[in-house]
Ligand binder design. Structure first.
Ligand SMILES: *[C@@H]1O[C@H](CO)[C@@H](O)[C@H](O)[C@H]1NC(C)=O
Ligand SMILES: *[C@@H]1O[C@H](CO)[C@@H](O)[C@H](O)[C@H]1NC(C)=O
Ligand SMILES: *[C@@H]1O[C@H](CO)[C@@H](O)[C@H](O)[C@H]1NC(C)=O
Ligand SMILES: *[C@@H]1O[C@H](CO)[C@@H](O)[C@H](O)[C@H]1NC(C)=O
Ligand SMILES: *[C@@H]1O[C@H](CO)[C@@H](O)[C@H](O)[C@H]1NC(C)=O
Length: 498
């Protein structure tokens, strides 16, 4: 996460890639509602895994700033309300699929933010809203309703949620070459009980200077600073609950740290040569995001991350998606993946995500959201690109993280229809924002607005987000449409007059 301005500059150095780089980007528009997401341009080069693409679109167009779900053919499935959102994903809560996302106020210059987490069920009903207010200090003394940071919002197997947070603190930065009366942003995380919104665990990076010393930050402090320009020492951008504690990713330490339940550091997996607890040649990475572990036992685990390989204003190396088989006994790691698209080597300076589609296995497909670069890619297990999607001009839109999930939903709202009549023909447009389960529409005439007496006029296959059908010489005053799966009606629209 960082400044729009800086990423706009950084983008000048990016390769053009295989898709459009035009400054005017097409937005989808619809007859049935105000949705206006940016077009997702797709380049499909191989067999893809099933699933829908989750992109919290930002900085593209105002009406497109929202959580957004697309099909892999580029068509819209769902657009949420217009707001700045991050970390839009499907998770499990109490055994059920839910979608979660952050919304709030990003602190653009610092690359963090203040907001809430929304948890929606598979009807898009917001079942929980998670907030945090523990007495945080902000850079410009502004106050917020809730202080959850943009980076992490992960539901644990114990049905709590872990969120990241930032506190601005005055601190002696001399150990890292900064001023004794300096200011810094302190990375913290909180584990919150979902039904009660009560904090059940907290961790503060500054409490662990023995093994996470300020001087080890790869992002040195400025020579003089103030509360308004605190030093971003750690930049914690992911947290995960593990068998024995937690995994945190500190971008500015080029490291993922395994924490014991009491918050102390058990081990450090560093991308820098001769740092951390693991030896080997194949664990070189830098400025990473989204560290995750899978298949954890006492002896081994799989660790994956989004290797930015570029700092805030760098354009050095291709960003890669990396995963390792990690041996915890001998403290070694063996590379499983290090994927990039040789025809479109993206250099992501900020943000990004790396996802195994299915098990953390060498053969599984991989999905990457390129953060400050408005692209997503799916790779097969051999590292071949099978899908590229782009949702904004380079240097414009951003996603923080983007994912692919087998999401199914039947919204709590009804489908909507709009009719346009000209001369002897009536065209009916139909949509059902967010619905994944219908495959066709049935159009009925009804004698009056409140009548249940339906006469089937025609049916039409679903065509992406908005379908339409033209009826000739229509002899009806009112219509109703039904979204159907085969011949089964899932939901009727309200009656519309024609
Ligand atoms: C898409 O929307 C943005 C912002 O509203 C606008 O600048 C851009 O011109 C639109 N694209 C087209 C092709 O109209
Ligand atoms: C934030 O820092 C201030 C100043 O050091 C401190 O008083 C406050 O307790 C801290 N808040 C949290 C939530 O850590
Ligand atoms: C990962 O891939 C990138 C891009 O091809 C390459 O530059 C880098 O050396 C690879 N990293 C390792 C540890 O092999
Ligand atoms: C991780 O576990 C899954 C099954 O849960 C398995 O399919 C996969 O191969 C495992 N990964 C590794 C690297 O052993
Ligand atoms: C139509 O059906 C609904 C639900 O079955 C019922 O509540 C309503 O009274 C019916 N309206 C008419 C006009 O029959």
């Amino acid at each position: 996460m960082r400044s729009t301005l800086l990423s706009a500059c950084g983008a000048l150095f990016l390769s053009a890639g295989t898709l459009a780089t035009d400054a005017t980007w097409m937005n989808y528009t619809y007859k049935t509602g105000p949705w206006q997401p940016p077009q997702l341009l797709v380049d499909r080069t191989g067999a893809e895994n099933p699933g829908l693409i989750f992109i919290p679109v930002r900085n593209a167009n105002t009406a497109g700033t929202a959580v957004t779900i697309y099909e892999n053919n580029g068509k819209l499935v769902y657009q949420g309300p217009e707001e700045v959102t991050m970390d839009f994903k499907m998770q499990k809560l109490f055994g059920k699929d839910v979608i979660t996302f952050w919304s709030g106020t990003p602190q653009i210059a610092g690359g963090y933010g203040y907001g809430k987490v929304h948890i929606l069920d598979n009807t898009y009903n917001e079942i929980y809203t998670i907030t945090l207010d523990e007495g945080f200090l902000t850079a410009d003394s502004e106050t917020f309703e809730s202080y959850i940071d943009v980076h992490e919002h992960i539901i644990t197997p114990r049905n709590t949620i872990i969120v990241s947070a930032i506190n601005v603190t005055q601190h002696d930065l001399s150990s890292a070459g900064g001023p004794t009366d300096g200011w810094m942003t302190v990375s913290q995380f909180y584990e919150i009980d979902i039904p009660t919104n009560k904090v059940v665990y907290k961790w503060n990076a500054l409490d662990h200077q023995d093994l996470i010393p300020l001087a080890s930050s790869k992002y040195p402090p400025p020579s003089g600073n103030s509360r308004k320009t605190p030093w971003d020492c750690y930049h914690m951008n992911s947290v995960q609950a593990t068998n024995e504690g937690f995994l945190v990713s500190l971008r500015f330490f080029w490291s993922a740290y395994y924490l014991n339940q009491d918050g102390t550091v058990r081990w450090q997996f560093s991308g820098a040569e001769d740092e951390g607890d693991f030896r080997g040649e194949d664990n070189r990475f830098s400025w990473q995001h989204h560290a995750r572990i899978y298949n954890e036992t006492d002896e081994s685990l799989v660790l994956s991350l989004f290797n930015n390989a570029n700092g805030q204003q760098e354009s050095q190396s291709a960003t890669t998606g990396m995963a390792w088989d990690v041996d915890l006994i001998f403290k070694t790691s063996t590379m499983m993946h290090n994927v990039t698209d040789p025809n479109d080597p993206i250099k992501t300076q900020t943000q990004g995500s790396f996802q195994f589609l299915g098990a953390a296995a060498p053969t599984s497909h991989l999905f990457m959201g390129y953060g400050s670069v408005p692209k997503v890619k799916e790779y097969d297990g051999a590292g071949n690109v099978v899908f590229t999607g782009q949702f904004a001009p380079l240097g414009d839109g951003q996603s923080y993280r983007a994912f692919k999930f087998p999401w199914t939903a039947t919204p709590m709202w009804s489908p909507v229809a709009v009719a346009e009549t000209s001369d002897d023909s009536t065209t009916v447009y139909m949509s059902w924002n967010g619905a994944t389960e219908y495959d066709n529409w049935a159009i009925y005439s009804i004698p009056s607005a409140n009548s249940n007496e339906t006469t089937l006029l025609t049916t039409v296959e679903r065509d992406g987000f908005e379908s339409h059908v033209t009826l000739q010489s229509l002899d009806a005053s009112y219509l109703k449409i039904a979204a159907r799966k085969g011949s089964k009606t899932l939901r009727f629209s309200d009656a519309i007059s024609v």
